[in-house]
Design a protein around this ligand. Structure first.
Ligand SMILES: [Zn+2]
Length: 139
């Protein structure tokens, strides 16, 4: 099991069994909400449990997706489909364990001049689910 939380620990959660390897997103919305880029893992809702959620709030950042954050400390934590969600993307910075990174998405929007993970797979836009099969097994 992997534990995670926001900065002030008012939002806390656990991930069980497996989760997708981390993907770095350079889209313009992640630039605004997470810094110059974000790093997310993603897991099925059946592998995910919120243990503290009193200060969790959701911002509808686009027509079909929402972003979860802690209103007390401002940590950006989650990214999820609004309707019929079967999984949840989780900011890897919130996790107690390190998860290996598989690649980059929205590389065409990359703002940072930093070169991170040079040899990782890159997609100009979305990976269209290709990264979803790269799973990190949780011991
Ligand atoms: Zn917090």
């Amino acid at each position: 099991m992997i534990q995670g939380s926001c900065l002030c620990k008012s939002v806390a959660f656990k991930i069980y069994k497996e989760t997708r390897k981390a993907v770095i997103c350079h889209c313009t919305m992640c630039q605004k909400s997470n810094g110059e880029f974000s790093s997310y893992t993603k897991t099925k809702l059946s592998n995910f449990k919120l243990t503290q959620k009193s200060s969790l709030r959701w911002y509808h950042s686009s027509k079909n997706y929402r972003r979860g954050f802690c209103f007390k400390c401002g940590s950006s934590l989650f990214f999820q489909k609004i309707k019929d969600a079967i999984d949840i993307a989780i900011s890897t910075g919130s996790l107690k364990k390190n998860i290996s990174t598989i690649g980059h998405i929205y590389y065409q929007d990359k703002k940072s001049k930093l070169i991170i993970g040079k040899n990782l797979k890159k997609f100009k836009k979305s990976s269209n689910g290709i990264f979803d099969s790269y799973l990190f097994k949780i011991k």
